[in-house]
Ligand binder design. Structure first.
Ligand code: NAP
Ligand code: MG
Length: 407
């Protein structure tokens, strides 16, 4: 084999838990290190090591991404009471993803991996639809109350600078009912808009943004205005040069239209809309194991990972010595996403080309009929289809990768 490809700047690696930790190691050993000469800035986010360091390792990892710009992350356990017992943890530490997202002020973009022999639920879709979900406000941080009977509901805003309080009538309740009050922050909406435009420019895809602005004339229309202003002030020319567009439309219209497009855009959505629509896109596109996820910070930092968790059930089977057939596609694409971005930032086209080749080898493996159990259920039935185990799948990809690189 020829000499290894040099990755110029260290890549920040965050190791994880359970079945994904096992696959992660295999991916490194069989698909990456045989071909790459790369320095890794390694952070072990294994739940026990997070516990040992009082979770400092998670913050250290986020700071490393701030320093170098690109990180790749394995799936990690978010501890709950069961996990605290299972691993005898000091406490139920916060979700590492939440900690990292807060430190990078990032937005999460999820994009399905499409293969030729698994047809999306929507026949028109040929290219992946990426969802960008705002991660602040709406019903996730709302105020709710039960109104016991007839009466008046008012809200009062008291300015911090000592100005006159502003009182508004919400509703004169004729009888019992319920109330929900949502809020959002100008800075958070702007960060979200920036992250969306950053991502779209990086991927060279159009941005669709949709809200219910015709009905919600301050809240949803407020989002629309923040996006419009941000776009006009900072992105219009860059988008024009890249040949991509920003398009706002009413959410009803977006839902109807998206079914008839061939895909290939970023669909930016408010927190609740994104929660719902991302599950629809995931289901229509196949399996959770085929969904990639990238955290994009408005400061230009990127963190790539798989959208799925640690695949706990498969791990317990593995511990019992039973055979597993876990799918490493999204983990592989986390690495290729990170390597491609690293190569772009470093100006090393050979690193970008390696990421492309590895992705092509992985896709070709599934398209040749060699796949894990989750995909076998979804793929077109062909006589060449063959279910392989966790390691067998990575070995098959390694075989295809070697052929592509040698040939
Ligand atoms: P999960 O790990 O995503 O797995 C749920 C189910 O989806 C699995 O049991 C499996 O179904 C299927 N699946 C997911 N990924 C797969 C893959 N790569 N190959 C084959 N099948 C796959 O979710 P979970 O079991 O609810 O969560 C386990 C742990 O992950 C939790 O501790 C949670 O905190 C953590 N988590 C972490 C992240 C993250 O780090 N980003 C995200 C979500 C959850 P079958 O059992 O039917 O085969
Ligand atoms: Mg959801």
């Amino acid at each position: 084999m020829s000499r290894k490809i040099k990755v110029k700047t260290p890549l920040v690696e965050m190791d994880g838990d359970e079945m994904t930790r096992i696959m992660w190691q295999m991916v490194k050993d069989k698909l990456l290190f045989p071909y790459l000469d790369m320095d890794i800035d390694y952070y072990d986010l294994h739940v026990k090591h997070r516990d040992d360091t009082d979770d400092r390792v998670t913050a250290d990892a986020a700071r490393a991404i701030q320093k170098y710009g690109v990180g790749v992350k394995c799936a990690t356990i978010t501890p709950n009471e069961d996990r605290v017992k299972e691993y005898t943890l000091k406490k139920a530490w916060k979700s590492p993803n939440g900690t990292i997202r807060a430190m990078l002020d990032g937005t999460v973009f999820r994009k399905p991996i499409l293969v030729g022999n698994i047809k999306p639920g929507v026949a028109a879709w040929k290219k992946p639809i990426t969802i960008g979900r705002h991660a602040y406000g709406d019903v996730y941080d709302n105020f709710e109350m039960t109104v016991p009977g007839a009466g008046r509901l008012e809200v009062v805003f008291t300015p911090a600078d000592g100005g006159a309080p502003q009182k508004e009538l919400v509703k004169d309740f004729p009888a019992a009912g319920i109330v929900q009050i949502n809020h959002n922050l100008e800075a958070s909406m702007r960060s979200f808009a920036r992250a969306c435009f950053t991502y779209a420019l990086s991927e060279k895809i159009d941005v669709w943004f949709s809200t219910k602005d015709t009905i919600s004339k301050k809240y949803d229309a407020g989002f629309r205005d923040v996006f419009e202003r941000e776009f006009a002030e900072h992105w219009k020319d860059r988008f024009a040069r890249a040949g991509i567009e920003y398009f706002f439309t009413l959410i009803d219209d977006a839902v109807a239209r998206i079914m008839k497009t061939e895909g290939g855009m970023l669909w930016a959505l408010k927190n609740y809309d994104g929660d719902v629509m991302s599950d629809m896109i995931a289901s229509a596109s196949g399996s959770l194991a085929m969904m990639t996820s990238v955290l994009v910070s408005p400061y230009g930092w990127y963190e790539y990972e798989a959208a799925h968790g640690t695949v706990q059930k498969h791990y317990y089977k593995h511990l019992k010595g039973e055979e597993t057939s876990s799918n490493s596609m999204a983990l592989i694409f986390a690495w290729t996403g990170g390597l491609r971005k690293r190569g772009e930032l470093d100006g090393t086209p050979e690193v970008v080309a390696f990421a492309d080749t590895l992705e092509a080898a992985a896709l070709a493996t599934v398209e040749s009929g060699v796949m894990t159990g989750d995909l076998l259920l979804l793929a077109e039935k062909r006589p060449t289809n063959r279910k392989v185990n966790t390691e067998g799948f990575i070995d098959a990809i390694a075989g295809n990768l070697k052929k592509k690189i040698d040939g």
